[in-house]
Design a protein around this ligand. Sequence first.
Ligand code: NAD
Ligand code: DAU
Length: 357
Amino acid sequence: MPDTFIPRAVLVTGGAGFIGSNFINHFMAGNPGCRVVNLDCLTYAGNLENLKGVENNPAYRFVRGDICDAALVAKLLAEEKIDTVVHFAAESHVDRSITGPEIFVRTNVLGTQVLLEESRRHREAGAVPAFRYLQVSTDEVYGSLGSTGYFTEETPLAPNSPYSASKAGGDLLVRAYHETYGFPTLNTRCSNNYGPYHFPEKLIPLMIHNIIARKPLPVYGDGLNVRDWLHVKDHSAAIETVLKQGRPGATYNIGGNNEWKNIDIVNLVCDLLDMKLERAPGENRRLITFVKDRPGHDRRYAIDASKIKGELGWEPSYTFERGIAETIDWYLANQEWVREVTSGAYRDYYEKQYGER
Ligand code: NAD
Ligand code: DAU
């Protein structure tokens, strides 16, 4: 294992999104001496309410801005003496990439290149003694599996959606910056996350939300596509581990060894909510509606996470049983958060907290 890297000042991009905000909350709790600067332009997916617990912490700073703005990125790196970049910012929803791919290329490819280039210049200027750049990526870059086998770090990239193609483009730039400039990159590729603050356009929070509201539950195609689910807190811990212990230049898969067919997850969420909402057994399942399939819908994802476990000792701490029950409880206890998100009111939080745009 290489020497432990101790981050002193971290630039987190996309920290107002689902995983980024969970990561900041997790990381700041465990690294009180470290400064965290959150650069996020607050697209529809950015929600500062996710960060209420850290917003008054003097070690935290929020900057509303675009990762494609090279001058802003360079200024932040210099003025905050950043020694670590953790890059979450992205357009992340596959369905949106099918109807509007351009923004995915701009944010996920060009945005990554801007961050890499400005970080490389900053490091080469000798501004800090050591540096790490961590690219948060996805198992979707590997494409789709049949009914057997797993994605390893050696699986060739074969993305099938505009989203996954744009993420693969970002990963290839990360590889190139390491090979060409010796830039100390780390690349993580994680499976589907679930947990608190998940935007209700994605499968699990959408189903929870629609069940509570007694709305139809749209299941794409035959419902037999398989995803490998990991609790977002386990993902956050894995990223911290890779940041501190990972070998520069390396890629690490992250997954929970927890495969579910979509229809089985939907049935499970229906049944748990029958009990929690005191509805008749089977009542929620009647909301399930099979709808037209997603074009290019990947059939199965499954991660082989033996490298991160063997090299760095990380493994998930949540069982799915505990994680899904806690997640449903979180949504039930945070209906105000859901209301703000679905009504759009969450978008006023920046003005309320930080003044006019
Ligand atoms: P998200 O959509 O919830 O959040 C994305 C965040 O990025 C938002 O806060 C948004 O405002 C910000 N952002 C978008 N464009 C920006 C720009 N140009 N400049 C600055 N900020 C910008 O996404 P997520 O689900 O939290 O995913 C975070 C990262 O993890 C992504 O890179 C995604 O590809 C990757 N990932 C996600 C999952 C998953 O299951 N959600 C799994 C594996 C990897
Ligand atoms: O695998 C990691 C990826 O997981 C991340 O890189 C992406 O950012 C993240 O959005 C997620 O992508 P998916 O496409 O797998 O997630 P989504 O929640 O959109 O869909 C999960 C599965 O459920 C997928 O097979 C499509 C299906 N689905 C989804 C929705 C929103 C439905 O059947 N009905 C739905 O309404």
